[in-house]
Design a protein around this ligand. Structure first.
Ligand code: PGA
Length: 227
């Protein structure tokens, strides 16, 4: 199965020129179709980057829990889909930390994203969170789960989680979602660490923040993921 590498650019880079350069570099790293790459840039860059997209899929970094209406500042899953997105990240720990996003909101957003025809990149910190969110969601089809402990994120301390611990978590999470759901890992993944995370951690992909903002580092990381 192809590893899936998701680049979460967060609120970077600073301008469209840099976004286009970074996106073009990411496209050049897709080696003979051996990996699947999803780039999740800030909203304003999505539509212009879609015009350049050939080998790389696009995803939003969040979406609304509603389909339309009077919600200033929100963007719907259907709007993301309409401009070419195939994916959306939901439940990132930075949204919980800085914007008080609750698990109830995360669940409603997952449902909205699925209604809107997007695949969900669902970030969770532990099995309990996953269980609470998946309660009442009818099917885990079109949901990729990312095990991402906030303390492991590079800008929040970058605590190292061993590949053995990741593998244990993958097994526990698959018990909740069913064995066909892809479980990914996120938190300080870089070109040096990806190989052990993929192989010994038994994940089917990774969510990458900081290392996706440097074209050379990202290219090395993609190469290491398929070795
Ligand atoms: P990091 O970010 O790779 O910089 O740790 C990952 C994330 O927050 O999604």
């Amino acid at each position: 199965m192809k590893p899936i590498i998701i680049a979460n650019w967060k609120m970077n880079p600073e301008n469209m020129r840099q976004a286009k350069a970074l996106f073009s570099a990411a496209q050049r790293t897709v080696l003979g179709g051996g990996v699947e790459i999803v780039v999740c840039p800030p909203y304003p860059y999505l539509a212009p980057l879609y015009q350049l997209a050939k080998k790389v899929a696009l995803g939003g970094q969040d979406c609304s829990w509603r389909d339309k209406g009077a919600l200033t500042g929100e963007v719907s899953a259907k709007q993301l889909k309409d401009i070419g997105c195939r994916y959306v990240i939901i439940g990132h720990s930075e949204r919980k930390k800085y914007l008080a996003e609750t698990l109830g909101m995360v669940k409603a957003k997952v449902e909205a994203a699925l209604r809107g025809g997007l695949s969900v990149i669902l970030c969770v910190e532990n099995v309990r969170e996953l269980q609470m969110i998946m309660k009442k969601i009818k099917s885990s089809k079109n949901i990729l789960v990312v095990f991402e402990p906030s303390s492991a994120i590079s800008t929040q301390g970058g605590k190292r989680i061993t590949p053995e611990n990741i593998a244990t978590m993958v097994r526990a999470m698959k018990k909740v979602t069913g064995k066909n759901t892809k479980i990914l890992y996120g938190g300080s993944v870089n070109a040096k660490s990806i190989s052990a995370i993929m192989q010994e951690g038994k994940v089917q992909g990774v969510l990458v923040g900081t290392a996706s903002l440097n074209a050379q580092e990202f290219s090395n990381l993609v190469k290491e993921s398929v070795l």
